[in-house]
Design a protein around this ligand. Sequence first.
Ligand code: UDP
Length: 311
Amino acid sequence: MNILISGGCGFIGSHLCKKFIERGDFVLCVDNFITGSQENVSELLTSPKFKLLVHDISLPLYIREEINWVFHFASIASPKHYLAYPIKTLKSGLLGTHNCLGIARDKGAKFFLASTSEVYGDPLVHPQPEEYYGNVSITGPRSCYDESKRAAESLVYAYMRQHNINVRVSRIFNTYGPNMLPDDGRVISSFIVSALKEEDLTVYGDGLQTRSFCYIDDLVRGIIMLMDTDYQLPLNIGNPEEYRIIDLANKIIELTGSKSKIKFLPLPQDDPKKRKPDIRKAEKILGWSPIVKLEEGLVKTIEYFKKKLNL
Ligand code: UDP
């Protein structure tokens, strides 16, 4: 199989690259390093089956290789970074999806969009099933990410209807694990790095907002299972075990044995109050459900950051 992965040097993309190289596929990894890092794929660089192309996927890309699967993962996906680069975020969501769909059409490839739980915004339905249309601010600070992913889904289905492209769309809920950037501002990476450095953990708001955290290996398994079915509609992939952010902070302090304290900071605008995937469809269609418990995944992620930061 020849596989193109945009954002292949990013957190999730790099795990997919590794998985496909391990099973003998050829991987064309496309990344412009805005939030991806070459270190994430360093062990793959010597493989003759791995090719890294430094390119901004919001610009057109013409490639010679035959491609069977196109994954569009290039995205500025952490709130800290998309608030800093709102236009680039919109461009990778809109133009990047368009360019990747163009490649899939040209090559007759199956197309995968990495969509997000953010399409549900600050949800009024809990947990969130795929049928929920969401509660997204059109103009708020998070809209560059949310609306570009919503429009990306729309583009995918336009290509499916008009050009008969074979598509897969996964709405990915909060995922964590090795290869996250230590400074991406996301809650798990931030809390672990602060705890390891014995610095205060910054809880935004009262910490009673919730998220449901999926370990990277579970997500990658779900994505590959989705590619192997013929299900073309959006599918939630995430772990439905829901935690309050304050409880997550305390758990990370406990697991790292840190002396860090918790510091409360104002809640950012439009920060969703709760989030939890309804994964009944993934369970039924893929026979998939997450197996890694939060504590087990956190321990592995803590080990990763300890090594990465020499702590
Ligand atoms: N959060 C926090 N402290 C941090 C980073 C995040 O309290 O240092 C909170 C954030 O306000 C949100 C939740 O943790 O309620 C998850 O934030 P994250 O940036 O990981 O992603 P989101 O799920 O909001 O896209």
